[in-house]
Design a protein. Structure first.
Ligand code: CP
Length: 329
C-alpha cells in the first residue's frame, strides 16, 4: 500500500516513483510494470479517499488544467476532484467560452497554458491524435482524457483497477466487450491493458461495428476473438462490458434499427444468466439504459458501474501524483 509522503519530508531515492513519462497518451505503450505501478498507487489513493479528511498536500504548487473540447461528466469532474484531493491548483477550460472560439489553434492554446504555468494538462478532443500533437508542442505533461475514436487511457486503467479488485488476477479470465467497438476509444484502450494482464478478450457487436479488418488485426494479438453473436460470447464470461450505442449510428446506416440492436446486443438478465456465476457487469458511461444495457442489469448485483466511477478518482489521483512527482527536479 502506498504511503503518501509528507510533502515537507525530503524524498529518498527508495521512495521515488519509477514513473518517467512526460505524457500519458494511451495504454498501448505502457509496460506491465507501469500499469502495476499505477494500480498500486491507486490503492493508496483509495485509502486517502476513505480518510475522514480525504485530502493531502502532496501536489501543493502543482497546476493542473483540464482542457475539454468535448462534453464530459466523469472524466472532467473526477480529474478535478483528484487534483484538488492532492492539493493541486486546478483550472477548468472548455472550448466553448475560450479563445478556441476565436480561432486559436490547439498548439497556441497549449503553449498559452504552459506560459500560464500548467504543469499537467488533461485534454479531451474530438480528433484522434490531438493530444499527441499537443504533447509534442509543450513541456507540460499531457494526459489524454479521450481523443476521437482512438484512446481513453485513464478509463481503461480505472476499468482494470475495478476488475482486479473483484476478479483478482485476470490471467485466463474471459472479458467480453460488446457494442460499437469500431468507434470506441474505451474498447481500444481496454484491449491493450487486458491483453497485457493476460485476459482473453472477446469483441462483440454487429459486423458493421466490429468489422472484419479489426478481426484480422486483433487475431494477430492472440487471446482476442471477434464475434457477432452475444449469446455465444457471454457464455462462461467473467466480465461483460457494454459500450454506449450512439443513436447517430442508426442514422449512418450502421445498424438497421435500435430495436434490432437491442434484440441482438443488449446486455440483459437472460443473457447475463449464461455468464459465470459472479460475473461482473461494467459500462464506461454515459449509459443508454434500455438500449445497450437493461436497467435491472445496470443497477443489479453484478453491476460495478458506480464503483468504476468512484475508482476513477483514485486512479486519476495516482496518475496525477506519478506524473507530477516525476517532473520534480
Ligand atoms: N467514460 C467517460 O469518459 O465519461 P465522460 O464522457 O462523462 O467523461
Amino acid at each position: 500500500m502506498l504511503e503518501l509522503r509528507n510533502p515537507e519530508a525530503p524524498a529518498s531515492p527508495a521512495e521515488a516513483p519509477a514513473w518517467t513519462r512526460k505524457d500519458l497518451l494511451d495504454t498501448d505503450t505502457l509496460s506491465n510494470a507501469e500499469i502495476q505501478l499505477i494500480l498500486e498507487t491507486a490503492e493508496g489513493m483509495r485509502e486517502v479517499r476513505n480518510r475522514p479528511v480525504a485530502k493531502v498536500a502532496t501536489l501543493r504548487g502543482v497546476t493542473v488544467i483540464t482542457l475539454f473540447y468535448e462534453q464530459s461528466t466523469r472524466t472532467r469532474a473526477s480529474f478535478e476532484v483528484a487534483a484538488k484531493a492532492l492539493g493541486a491548483d486546478v483550472v477548468n477550460l472548455t472550448a466553448s467560452g475560450s479563445s478556441v472560439e476565436k480561432g486559436e489553434t490547439l498548439i497556441d492554446t497549449i503553449r498559452t497554458l504552459e506560459a500560464i504555468g500548467a504543469d499537467l494538462v488533461v485534454m479531451r478532443h474530438g480528433k484522434s491524435g490531438a493530444p499527441y500533437l499537443a504533447a509534442r508542442n509543450t513541456a507540460a505533461g499531457i494526459i489524454n482524457g479521450g481523443d476521437g475514436t482512438h484512446a481513453h487511457p485513464t478509463q481503461a486503467l480505472l476499468d482494470l483497477f475495478t476488475m482486479r479488485r473483484h476478479a483478482g488476477d485476470l490471467a485466463g479470465k474471459r472479458v467480453v466487450i460488446v457494442g460499437d467497438v469500431l468507434h470506441s476509444r474505451v474498447a481500444r484502450s481496454n484491449l491493450w491493458t487486458l491483453l497485457a494482464s493476460g485476459a482473453d478478450v472477446t469483441l462483440c457487436g454487429p459486423a458493421t461495428l466490429v468489422p472484419r479488418t479489426l478481426a484480422s488485426q486483433v487475431s494477430e494479438l492472440g487471446r482476442c476473438t471477434v464475434t457477432t453473436n452475444l449469446d455465444d460470447a457471454i457464455s462462461g464470461a467473467d466480465i461483460v462490458m457494454a459500450l454506449r450505442m450512439q443513436k447517430e449510428r442508426q442514422e449512418k446506416g450502421l445498424i438497421p434499427s435500435l430495436r434490432e440492436y437491442i434484440a441482438g446486443y443488449q446486455v440483459n438478465a437472460r443473457r447475463l444468466a449464461k455468464a459465470r456465476p459472479g460475473a461482473l457487469v461494467m459500462h464506461p458511461g454515459p449509459m443508454n439504459e434500455g438500449i445497450e444495457i437493461a436497467p435491472d442489469v445496470a443497477h443489479g448485483v453484478a453491476s460495478v458501474i458506480e464503483e468504476q466511477v468512484a475508482n476513477g478518482v483514485a486512479v486519476r489521483m495516482a496518475i496525477l501524483y506519478l506524473m507530477a512527482t516525476a517532473r520534480r527536479p
